[in-house]
Design a protein around this ligand. Sequence first.
Ligand code: AMP
Length: 423
Amino acid sequence: MEIRSVRGMNDLFGEELYQWTQVENRIKQIFGSFGYSEIRTPVLEKTEVFSGTVGNETDIVEKQMYQVITDSETYVLRPEGTASFMRSILENKLHTSGQPSRFFYYLPMFRHERPQKGRLRQFHQFGAELINDSSPEADAELITVLDQIYKSFEITEYRVRINSVGCNQCRGDYKETLKNFFRPKLQQLCEQCQKRFERSAMRILDCKRENCRETTKTAPLITSCLCADCKAHHERVKSCLIQAQVKFEEDPYIVRGLDYYTRTAFEFTSELLGAQDALGGGGRYDGLSARFGEAPFPAVGFGLGMERLMIVLKEKQNLPQFNFAPSFFFAPIGEKAFEILYPLSLRLKRQGIWCDISYDKTKGLKWFLKQANRVNANYSLMMGDEELKNGIALLKDMKQGSQEEIPMASLENELLRRVHREP
Ligand code: AMP
């Protein structure tokens, strides 16, 4: 077949999708126990949801957004969660109570990046956002939730790096100091960093290229430029994390790629991932609502990549067990047996018991047993002319290999009894 899926966009099915769903459910449970309720926003958004808010010089806005062009409008496929979330919060006035409110989302994101291991063009992110709370405890809570998610899957091979990128005031001063440092060294920076220099010098610190890393090694650090309030906030975030028993390290080079962050920025990385080692990350974005032309209110959040979590779980051989098999496989040999087993199979299904039945009435016992094995059924139930004559059915325990005769009159009860005994 010539028609294939779009590069960097995968199909999910069978065992793999089953495992994804188990993992997703566990994460949703964790969000539930921390008081986060779900929010879903559309896949398509107007371009300006991201262009003026995430930052025009960011990779996402500059070159990674997919556009959908209709006769009269251009839209984009959502490349990240926080700006769509903010658009929705403002539009639905979910912030106006002034009370702290917690939300999570689980949505596909679209970025036109070069696909590689752990980097797709359609990928899935869980995100959490806590609005109307400016306290450092709120920042620590988000980091703790993300940490709890990985802990709950028994993942230990990750590092939590935190930093403060300051507020508008102290960051402004820092940017100037940084520019003064880089100005005589511009030639040593990559082309992209040279472009970044004028408008987003802090992002140079985030560059992964060897030359840029070497140059930034001696750059002044934000830590030395934080104002008293930002410093106190940062110190309190750290002490909360210690209380919460979240292991972290300080990394003044964590600036996060997007323009809207203020104060706390954090990243979780894992050596099990290879080159694309970011598991998740986030930070405070008190300034984002103002970028939508609204009054500012505090907010903090994170995004977690599902594909990368699944890579780590696979690497650790810690993926959930595939457990999708019928309790019973019915093998009616001939029309008459089918007339009895078909309604019985429906009655069981309606009671929530998966009971597979073949609609092919021409097959014999051997074929049925093969099918029962193939679908991994716990029991197979066989009925042919001989059994009909004797008023019984043959129930085979596929795991034990044992077989017993069950009287037709008590068949349904006997089957139910067995299911309720199953673990
Ligand atoms: P970001 O919004 O870039 O901070 O990404 C948040 C998380 O989403 C990252 O830490 C990754 O786990 C994941 N992620 C980001 N980009 C991709 C991608 N192209 N493919 C798969 N996962 C991604």
